[in-house]
Design a protein around this ligand. Sequence first.
Ligand SMILES: [Cu+2]
Length: 69
Amino acid sequence: MEKVSLKVKGMSCDHCVKTIEENVGTLNGVDRLLVDLEEEDVVIEYNADTISLDKLKEAIEEQGYEIES
Ligand SMILES: [Cu+2]
């Protein structure tokens, strides 16, 4: 199990949190996803055999958010 913490720009409210939880947190291979709105942090625990970090980043960007790191 891998764990990554991403800085994500553009999340402004609970709706954004829900969007990410529902569209990224439910992806096959994602075990756990936590959004910290204040810190602009998205912490994801995932199985790298099933889903790549690039895919996770893509999924966040597809929802209209920008990844800083
Ligand atoms: Cu929002």
